[in-house]
Ligand binder design. Structure first.
Ligand code: GLP
Length: 260
């Protein structure tokens, strides 16, 4: 696991560099897309590069991490709409090449199985962008999630609904109670994981993710078992890391050619 501690603007540039390098190498690469605030600066940077440097998404495929169950199709907080607004429609990404689990399906279990098949049929995810919840969730894999889980329905914790209430006019009761989410096993199949976290409220989750024991109580800790995981954090999110000095020293001494 590589930990990079840098100002938030630099983190977004680093993540965008990794996406750009992948797309320039393979135009039809498969990207894993996260919602929440953490990846927004990355999407801004990618949209800027699309406009300024002709970075193209026209052959790329995208798979979202998760989706709320039951939000109306035109709801602005439906993750499909969020991803369309924040990235897909700002670049040349054909709508039918970006998919998410179908939170409006009549048969939710079948929709989850379909989603797993679609990811596999695309050849798996090359680069997965991730954020982390204050309780250590990635996607919507809440504490207690099986470390081997696949896409499925989950119940959101009260804390996650409180955290996300800011997207629903600060009314926690408007935040859905259920979601469909890629499982931890699904996420672990991606070839490169790039997680972004900023702010002191993420410091404990980041400490557990990088330095805690691997445990379903802190689901993101499963990333310690991934061969290519990158954790991009600002000073505040890094403030509880015990080996911060070592991570800085390692990154400073890193050869330029290595990339993330
Ligand atoms: C949300 C999303 C996650 C996201 C996390 C953190 O609930 N389902 O994918 O990583 O919570 O969100 P934020 O980046 O806004 O702090």
């Amino acid at each position: 696991m590589e930990v990079v501690i840098a100002p938030a603007e630099e983190l977004a540039v680093l993540a965008a560099d990794a996406v750009e390098a992948l797309l320039r190498r393979r135009a039809d690469a498969v990207l894993g897309l996260a919602t929440g605030s953490s990846p927004l600066a990355v999407y801004d940077e990618l949209a800027r590069r699309h406009a300024a440097d002709a970075l193209s998404f026209d052959q790329a495929r995208g798979f979202m991490l998760d989706e709320y169950v039951g939000l109306p199709a035109d709801h602005p907080e439906r993750y499909r709409n969020v991803i369309a607004t924040e990235i897909a429609e700002r670049v040349d990404w054909p709508a039918d090449q970006v998919r998410g689990p179908d939170g409006l399906a009549e048969d939710l279990a079948a929709a989850c199985a379909d989603y797993e098949r679609a990811i596999a049929a695309a050849g798996g995810i090359d680069l997965q962008i991730l954020g982390i919840g204050t309780d250590g969730h990635i996607a919507f894999n809440e504490p207690g999630s099986s470390l081997a889980s696949r896409t499925r329905i989950k119940t959101l914790t009260r804390q996650t609904r409180i955290d996300n209430a800011r997207f629903f006019g600060d009314d926690v009761d408007l935040v859905p109670t259920h979601c469909l989410t890629q499982g931890l096993g699904t996420i672990m199949d991606a070839r490169h994981l790039v997680l972004l976290a900023t702010g002191r409220h993420k410091a404990e989750a980041v400490h557990q993710l990088v330095e805690g024991p691997v445990s379903a109580m802190w689901p993101a800790t499963v990333m310690q078992l991934h061969p290519h995981a990158t954790v991009l954090v600002d000073e505040a999110a890094a403030s509880r890391l015990q080996l911060a000095a070592y991570y800085r020293q390692t990154y400073d001494a890193k050869p330029d050619w290595q990339g993330l």
